[in-house]
Design a protein around this ligand. Structure first.
Ligand code: SF4
Length: 364
């Protein structure tokens, strides 16, 4: 198919659903497929894809929502910094409601905290030029998709000799998280639907270990409902034929080798480090820290801050949901004490969070 309209034709959707239903009869057991990324979770919810699945296919949601995996300690540090007279915090809007251990950025802004919502890291750099007597801190969260623009902004800051722009790095990498889930075996995953936008940057190669080491298939998927349905069909075929491999369903956007230039920019500015994922714990080599050459932009060094692991919010099952061990329906707070107006955990805050998707589209 060449044009996006073709992905939306009802006859194609119906056909692929029939193919899935036929394929399922060839499966021996029930299977668990994990959609890694929050955008896919929303597509699955919005278009009722979960309800269309035969009983033997269980769709689990994974850890691919950057806001959901940002640790409590990160939010607490941002809040503390926002109380300083010499600081302005800049952040993407979906971080505002994320609960820390005692407050959120939104509540702190209402109490006078200096927090500005921006749309790109470059906006933060522009603000630093306007408020040259303040320290402008950008809350740097996101996966491989957003990291190149952050790295590029830091390069520009260095080039321009900006002295009052800093980042609080909470960026994370997707492949180490997938390896962690497969090693942990707490949820039995039979196949991954991999994030198309992350894959635009990293390409196919970083997923190779999934089939070679763990013997399961994964499909890089686009974001039309047809993409998701077709990806499920492709995973089923790979399982039935016992041919675990990396399949690229999203070839119209994802090149086999990804975007080399974007990766060069990332690794010119950042080094890989261990990183804490909210509710999951520390995952080896899953985060990024500034290289020595760019350390002057590290807020941790500027204000001598150390991030300490903290418990998540009491009663919240986000960690288990992000690992595919539970669904939002298992959480006693879901839709009661925890809802989009009053979120208890990050999975209810983010527009791409699993609990928010279930609340909006799948509530019984
Ligand atoms: Fe956490 Fe709320 Fe989801 Fe429960 S419903 S897991 S409290 S975000």
């Amino acid at each position: 198919m060449r044009y996006i309209e073709e992905y939306r034709k009802p006859e194609f959707q119906k056909k692929i659903i029939q193919y899935i239903q036929k394929s399922v009869n060839l499966l021996k057991d029930k299977i668990n497929l994990m959609e890694v990324c929050g955008t896919h979770t929303m597509v699955i919810g919005r278009y009722g894809i979960r309800k269309l699945m035969p009983e033997r296919i269980n769709l689990l949601s994974g850890p691919g929502c950057p806001v959901c995996v940002t640790p409590t300690s990160y939010i607490d540090i941002a809040i503390e910094l926002s109380k300083r007279d010499d600081v302005i915090i800049t952040t993407f809007g979906d971080m505002m409601k994320v609960p820390g251990s005692y407050s959120s950025l939104e509540k702190e802004r209402a109490n006078g905290g200096k927090i500005i919502v921006i749309y790109s890291p470059y906006d933060a750099l522009e603000i630093s030029k306007k408020y040259f007597d303040k320290n402008i801190i950008f809350l740097s969260v996101g996966f491989e998709t957003t990291i190149p623009s952050i790295a590029q902004t830091i390069k520009i800051a260095k080039r321009d000799g900006v002295k009052n722009f800093f980042i609080l790095s909470g960026n994370k990498l997707i492949p180490p998280a997938l390896e962690f889930l497969l090693k942990e075996k707490s949820s039995k995953i039979d196949g991954f639907i991999c994030p198309g936008h992350v894959s635009v940057i990293i390409g196919e190669e970083p997923y190779r270990f999934i089939s070679e080491k763990f013997n399961i298939p994964c499909v890089i998927s686009g974001f039309e409902p047809f993409d998701v349905l077709y990806s499920i069909y492709l995973i089923l075929q790979a399982i039935i034929r016992k041919q675990p491999k990396v399949i690229n369903e999203y070839k119209r956007a994802v090149k086999k080798s990804g975007n080399k230039k974007a990766r060069e920019i990332i690794y010119e500015v950042f080094d890989v480090c261990d990183s804490e994922w909210r509710g999951i714990g520390v995952i080896e080599n899953s985060g990024l820290k500034l290289k020595d050459k760019y350390k002057e932009f590290d807020v941790g060094i500027k204000f001598n801050i150390e991030m300490k692991n903290k418990e998540g919010n009491k009663g919240c099952l986000c960690g288990k949901i992000l690992k595919g061990e539970k669904t939002p329906f298992d959480c006693p707070l879901f839709g009661k004490k925890c809802n989009p107006e009053n979120p208890v955990g990050p999975c209810m805050v983010s527009s791409e969070g699993t609990c928010a998707a279930y609340y909006k589209y799948e509530r019984k």
